[in-house]
Design a binder for this molecule. Sequence first.
Ligand code: SF4
Length: 139
Amino acid sequence: MVSSCLLGEKVRYDGEGFQYPEILALSENYDLHPFCPEVSGGLSIPRPPAERSGVSILTKNGKDVSAEYRLGAKKALDYCLKEDIRKAVLKSRSPSCGKGQIYDGTFTKTLTEGHGVTAELILAHGIEVYTEEDLGGLK
Ligand code: SF4
C-alpha cells in the first residue's frame, strides 16, 4: 500500500499531491495499491489541516476529527488484510500516515516522536511501514 498523495493523487488537505519517481518505480517489483486514509474516512478535499494531540486528532480550529481519522485507519487496515498487503510506504509526518515522527499538535511545525493513526494501526498488525524519506532498501 502506498499513500495516495505519494503517487501524485491530489488528496492532501490542501488539494495537492506529490511526485516521487522512486516510488512510482517500485511498480517494477511490487503491485502498488494507492490508499488515502483521510479521504476513506470521509474527509473532504481540501480539508482543514489537522494534527495529532495524544489520542485525539484536532483541526487548527479545534474541531475533533478523531472519528474520521480512526475510521480511515481501520479501512486502511481492512484493505491491507483483504489484499494480503505486507508492506506500506506512507507519507512522513502526517497525522494519519506519519511513521516515527509527527507534528506535535501545536501547529508550529514542531515534531515529536510518534506515529500517525493509520501507521500505528497497521504497524500493530505486523505490516512493515516505510516512508518516502526511508524506503528501507525497497526498489
Ligand atoms: S492521509 Fe496519508 S495518503 Fe491521504 S493525503 Fe494525508 S498523507 Fe497523503
